[in-house]
Design a protein around this ligand. Structure first.
Ligand SMILES: Cc1cc2nc3c(=O)[nH]c(=O)nc-3n(C[C@H](O)[C@H](O)[C@H](O)COP(=O)(O)OP(=O)(O)OC[C@H]3O[C@@H](n4cnc5c(N)ncnc54)[C@H](O)[C@@H]3O)c2cc1C
Length: 495
C-alpha cells in the first residue's frame, strides 16, 4: 500500500463528508488532534445531505427512548447557534402537522404526548381561525393541526460545506475523491485505512459513510450493520409560489415516513415531497413519473393550490440510509477496537447532526482518545458574500471595490463573477460545476442554468487553468462539454 498523501499518521480518520462527518470533523478540531476527513466524492455534502427536505424537526416524531428522539431534540436546540457560528441561513418557521379528517385528530394528540416525552417545547394543537390565519392556503377541510414552534428550515449542503471549511481552517485535513477501500486491523484494533490516495494510519476510525456505512464497517471485519436505501422524490416550485406556505406543512405521519410535505426553502422556493420507496440500489437517485405524481397528489391534499397551477422548476430525489435496527447507530464497534460506527442516520439526521458530533467525541474519549483543547480553535466561519442580499447602495459600493462584483453571471439568482471566483478559491473550494452551484446558487433558479452554465464554465476554465472539456459537472467521468467547435468563444462567455 502507498503511504497517504499526508505521509504520516492521524489520531482520528473520519470517513464520509456528509453533514454528519463534516460536523464530527469540525467538533474534533476543537482539540489538539491530527484528524483527516476522507470523502469518496469530489465534494462534501453530496450524499443524503444533498437531497432531503432541509427541515430542522422539532423532535416530536421519533419514538421516545430512541437515540433518534434524544439527538433530534438536542440537535434542534443547538441548531440556531451552530448555524450562526457557521454563517449558514436558518429560519425558525415552525411546522404544522395537519389533520384533514376528524379521524386523524387522535394521532395529533399522540404526537403531542410523544413530544412531551421527548422533551419538545412549543407544541400546541390549534384549529379554526388560528390555523387558517397561520396558513391561509391550507385545504379548507383541515380540522386541526399540531403547531411546533421550534421547527425550522436551513440549507443542508451549505451547512456541510461550512462545517468542512471551519474544520479545515481549524486544522483538519480534508481529502476529496478519496474512497476508503480497505481497513487495516492488527491484533483486533484499527491501524489504518486504504484509499487510492494511499494509506492513512490512524488510532481511531469514525465511520460516517451514510448509505455505505455497513460496507465500511465490513471492511474492518464488523458485519453488525445492514443498510437499505429508501428513496424520496421532490418537486421544487418557482419562487413565484413562495407565498403558498409560511411554515413546514406535514400530513399526519405514517409508520415509515413523516409524509409528503409542502415547505418553504431557505432560498425562497417551495418544495413538495418526499414519498418513501424502499429500493435496492444505493446510488439510484432517479426520479420517476409515478413517484412525482404521488408527491403532487400528497401535497395537494394539504395545500390544494399545489396541484397543477404552479409548474415545478426542477425535481430531485434523495436516499435515506435505513439501518435494520431502525434507530440511529452511534456506538463503538463491538468487533474492532478503535472503530466508531455512526450509521443509519436517516431523517432527522440533519437536525440531529449538531448533537451527534459531540456524542462521537465523548465516545472516543471513553475509548481512550486524549482531548486537549485546541487554543487556536475558532468556531466561526465567515459567510460567503452574496450580491443578491444587498441593497442598491451596498451593490454600488461593492462594484466600486471590485468590478467582478458587478458582473452578473446567473440572472435568476443574481450571482456575480466575484461569487463564482470565491467559491473556487474558498477553504474547501469547488472542484466541479455542481460544487459552484451549491456554493453560490448559480444555476438553481428558474432557468436552471440555461443562461449561466457557459459563463461559469468559462470563468472556471480560466481560474483553474484547465481546458473547458476537462471540467466536470459532478463526479469523475461527467464532463460538461465533449468538445468545442469554437474554442476561442470560451473566453467571451465569461465576460
Ligand atoms: C428524502 C429525505 C428527506 C430527509 N429529510 C430530512 C429533514 O427534513 N430533516 C432532517 O433532519 N433529516 C432529513 N433527512 C435525513 C438527512 O438527510 C440525513 O440524516 C443526513 O443527510 C445523513 O448525513 P450523513 O452524513 O450520515 O450521510 P451522507 O450525507 O450520505 O454522507 C455520507 C458520505 O459518505 C461518503 N462515503 C460513502 N462511502 C465512503 C467511502 N468508502 N469512503 C469515503 N467516503 C464515503 C459518501 O459519498 C457521502 O458523502 C432526509 C433524508 C432523505 C433522503
Amino acid at each position: 500500500m502507498r503511504q497517504g498523501n499526508a505521509g504520516n499518521k492521524y489520531d482520528v480518520v473520519v470517513v464520509g463528508g456528509g453533514i454528519v462527518g463534516t460536523m464530527i470533523a469540525r467538533e474534533m478540531s476543537r482539540y489538539r488532534l491530527k484528524v483527516a476527513l476522507l470523502e469518496k466524492e469530489l465534494d462534501v455534502g453530496v450524499g443524503s445531505t444533498k437531497a432531503n427536505s432541509a427541515i430542522v424537526h422539532a423532535g416530536f416524531d421519533a419514538e421516545p427512548g430512541t437515540l433518534k428522539a434524544s439527538l433530534n431534540v438536542k440537535g434542534t436546540a443547538l441548531f440556531p447557534s451552530v448555524a450562526e457560528e457557521l454563517g449558514v441561513e436558518f429560519a425558525q418557521t415552525g411546522s404544522l402537522v395537519v389533520a384533514v379528517e376528524r379521524e386523524e385528530i387522535p394521532a395529533l394528540e399522540e404526537l403531542v404526548e410523544r413530544g412531551r416525552l421527548n422533551g419538545v417545547r412549543g407544541l400546541e394543537v390549534i384549529n379554526g381561525d388560528r390555523l387558517f390565519l397561520l396558513e391561509p392556503n391550507l385545504n379548507r377541510a383541515a380540522v386541526a393541526a399540531l403547531h411546533a414552534t421550534t421547527a425550522g428550515i436551513t440549507c443542508p449542503f451549505r451547512l456541510a460545506i461550512a462545517a468542512a471549511e471551519n474544520a479545515v481552517t481549524n486544522g483538519v485535513a480534508l481529502y476529496r475523491g478519496c474512497p476508503v477501500t480497505g481497513v487495516l486491523v492488527d491484533r483486533g484494533a484499527v491501524r489504518a485505512v486504504a484509499t487510492p490516495l494511499g494509506e492513512f494510519g490512524c488510532d481511531y476510525l469514525v465511520n460516517a459513510a451514510g448509505l455505505h456505512a455497513d460496507e465500511v464497517a465490513r471492511l474492518a471485519g464488523d458485519d453488525s450493520l445492514g443498510i437499505r436505501p429508501r428513496r424520496g422524490e421532490y418537486h421544487v416550485l418557482d419562487k413565484s409560489a413562495r407565498a403558498l406556505v409560511r411554515t413546514v406543512v406535514f400530513p399526519v405521519p405514517s409508520k415509515v415516513s413523516k409524509g409528503i410535505i409542502v415547505a418553504p426553502t431557505i432560498d425562497g422556493n417551495i418544495i413538495v415531497g418526499p414519498n418513501a420507496e424502499d429500493i435496492r440500489d444505493k446510488e439510484d437517485t432517479a426520479t420517476t413519473a409515478a413517484g412525482l405524481r404521488e408527491v403532487l397528489a400528497g401535497a395537494a391534499r394539504l395545500v390544494p393550490a399545489v396541484d397543477g397551477a404552479l409548474p415545478p422548476i426542477t425535481q430531485y430525489s434523495g436516499l435515506r440510509a435505513v439501518e435494520k435496527g431502525g434507530d440511529f447507530v452511534v456506538t463503538p464497534s463491538t468487533t474492532v477496537r478503535g472503530l466508531v460506527n455512526v450509521a443509519g442516520i436517516q431523517s432527522p439526521g440533519l437536525s440531529a447532526a449538531p448533537a451527534i458530533a459531540p456524542l462521537v467525541v465523548e465516545i472516543l474519549r471513553e475509548m481512550g482518545l486524549r482531548t486537549v483543547p485546541n487554543p487556536a480553535f475558532n468556531p466561526e466561519r465567515k459567510p460567503p458574500w452574496r450580491f443578491a442580499g444587498l441593497c442598491d447602495a451596498e451593490r454600488s459600493a461593492a462594484v466600486e471595490r471590485d468590478r467582478d462584483c458587478g458582473h452578473i453571471v446567473c440572472r435568476c439568482e443574481s450571482v456575480t463573477r466575484a461569487e463564482v471566483l470565491a467559491a473556487i478559491r474558498g477553504p474547501v473550494g469547488a472542484l466541479t460545476l455542481d460544487g459552484i452551484k451549491r456554493r453560490t446558487r448559480a444555476g438553481m433558479g428558474r432557468c436552471q442554468g440555461g443562461f449561466c452554465t457557459p459563463r461559469i464554465l468559462s470563468i472556471t476554465a480560466q481560474e483553474m487553468g484547465q481546458a473547458a472539456e476537462s471540467l466536470l459537472k459532478s463526479e469523475p467521468g461527467s464532463p460538461l462539454v465533449a468538445g468545442l467547435t469554437r474554442p476561442e468563444a470560451v473566453a467571451d462567455w465569461g465576460d
